[in-house]
Design a protein around this ligand. Structure first.
Ligand code: FAD
Length: 487
């Protein structure tokens, strides 16, 4: 029991920046009062912890935390910020704040899970109650496995096994709590790790451990240009959820039209940072009377693709760097920094790819159809290793996700679980004709990438294709054959 005899819980927020449908927060408030904590974590020397945030995600996190702090304050719950090693900070915070319990929503990437297990053990050994909760997924990865196997490697049987599972009811935000006592308030300023939000340095563009171009431009770029397209935080997320039908109505037929901003929901960053839970999304889609069954089911199926990515990531510890299909470790990729730079800059001379890279640079997001075309072009027409593209997406996407990003890259590159067969090489020109027949998408974005070659300059031949699509396709197939013959 805490100072005034009321049960006090430290809720450690991570990728769950919301107050609705938050099991850990609700449990804390059912027992007594809560204090929130968010840590800008650095991966320890042992490699444990979450992947370091990319540039766009750092900006999003900063903004989302600002909103969370306000929303929690409305409920009488303080939110503390700290920076450093969670293995040191969480047990120390629990001791110094004299909390009775620590709670958090579970995370599923192997290196982060191992850290959480270690912290759980340390807290329990110190005699503290510690509980983890479901929050980021509908289906926890260890709760489903195929007969005779550890985990699913193919989506459809996975989906069939989990699609009808009950996921429980969406929880409302907890009731407002009484203000903390004077003694509690004094202990809040508890350690040299404690910062205010600005002190976390999320907008500084420094100490990312990455020397990439995108990271170098972090502060000025993401705060201005990308900020015009998004309003991070759980409050706006709730408003978008209320308008879900805009992005889901017609989904079955039109989800592949990149020019139409309502062809998909645009909710991926909300899920990535847990501003909305997948359970809220599922419940909303099931309860929209105006949706056709086709649209509803097509969209819900995509939610389960995200679940499947996490299922794989949980079971495959190195999905961000090692191919799921081991034979691809021998794939003869090429080291071509100049071609990679053209791809980053949106100056490959292939309109759909360049428009997609520009949309990404300007907004921190790219339509799924174009993500596939841009990734296929990099890994197959340019033969550049998929992890270079994955890293660029990681730095520039506002929805950069530890599971969806590497798993999708591996899927496109042909080395992932349930990947498209290697020889299915997207032709970005055919894709443009099919999905952007009036060049609406391409006209909107072309010339707005980091390389900034305008449409007028292009039509004067400034940006000729850097490869011949047909010849490079054949080279990719030959490289694939070489890899197979070396088995
Ligand atoms: P909607 O079509 O409205 O779908 C709803 C939700 O379902 C999405 O928010 C997302 O969480 C999930 N979803 C949809 N499509 C997929 C898919 N193909 N795979 C997994 N989940 C899906 N998604 C990310 O969230 N983060 C990433 O870092 C990411 N990187 C990608 C990289 C590549 C190379 C490719 C091809 C795809 C990547 N995706 C990633 C998947 C997909 O492109 C995005 O989830 C989608 O574009 C998000 O837009 P939306 O929210 O409007 O999706």
């Amino acid at each position: 029991m805490n100072h005034d005899g009321e049960h006090l819980t430290l809720v450690w927020f991570r990728d769950d920046l919301r107050v609705d449908d938050h099991e850990a927060l609700t449990a804390a408030r059912t027992e007594g009062r809560a204090i929130g904590l968010w840590i800008r974590e650095s991966r320890g020397e042992n490699g444990l912890g979450p992947r370091q945030l990319g540039g766009a995600a750092r900006w999003w996190t900063h903004e989302s935390l600002r909103v969370l702090e306000t929303e929690l304050a409305r409920l009488g719950i303080p939110l503390l910020f700290a920076a450093g090693s969670a293995a040191d900070i969480v047990p120390q915070a629990a001791a110094d704040l004299k909390v009775d319990a620590v709670r958090w929503s579970r995370r599923y990437a192997p290196a982060a899970r191992r850290l959480d297990e270690q912290i759980k053990t340390d807290l329990a050994e110190a005699g503290r109650e510690v509980h983890s909760h479901t929050g980021a997924l509908l289906v926890e990865p260890w709760t489903v496995s195929p007969q005779g196997g550890d985990f699913y490697k193919v989506f459809t049987p996975y989906f069939n096994a989990v699609r009808d599972r009950s996921v429980g009811d969406v929880l409302p935000a907890p009731q407002k709590q009484n203000s903390l006592t004077k003694a509690d308030r004094q202990t809040l300023d508890w350690h040299s790790w404690v910062r205010d939000l600005n002190g976390l340095g999320l907008l500084d563009g420094t100490d990312t451990g990455s020397d990439s171009f995108a990271s170098a431009r972090t502060p000025q770029w993401w705060r201005t240009t990308v900020a015009e397209h998004w309003n991070p935080g759980c409050r706006e997320a709730a408003r978008e959820l209320a308008d879900l039908s805009e992005g889901v109505d017609g989904y079955a037929d039109s989800h592949d039209v990149p020019a139409d901003p309502d062809s998909t929901s645009g909710l991926s960053p909300r899920l990535r940072f847990g501003e909305l839970s997948p359970r809220q999304l599922l419940a909303a889609a099931l309860n929209l009377p105006e949706l056709s069954d086709d649209d509803r089911h097509a969209w819900i199926r995509q939610l389960y693709w995200r679940e499947f990515s996490w299922h794989l990531t949980y079971h495959l510890p190195h999905v961000e760097s090692e191919p799921v299909r081991p034979e691809f470790a021998r794939f003869p990729y090429e080291d071509d920094p100049e071609a990679l730079r053209h791809w980053h800059d949106g100056t490959t001379g292939i309109p759909l790819v360049d428009a997609g890279m520009a949309q990404l640079w300007q907004t921190g997001w790219m339509h799924n159809r174009v993500r596939m075309a841009a990734a296929s072009f990099l890994t197959k027409n340019l033969l550049i290793p998929w992890w270079h593209g994955e890293q660029w997406f990681w730095d520039t996407l506002v929805d950069a996700d530890e599971a969806n990003n590497p798993v999708s890259w591996q899927w496109v590159a042909g080395c992932g679980a349930d990947a498209a067969p290697y020889f299915r090489i997207f032709n970005p020109e055919r894709q443009r004709e099919r999905f952007d027949p009036n060049s609406e998408y391409v006209s909107r974005w072309l010339g707005h990438g980091p390389g900034g070659v305008s449409q007028a300059e292009r039509s004067h031949g400034v940006c000729e294709p850097i490869v011949d699509l047909k010849a490079s396709r054949e080279a990719a197939l030959a490289a694939y054959d070489r890899m197979k013959s070396e088995a």
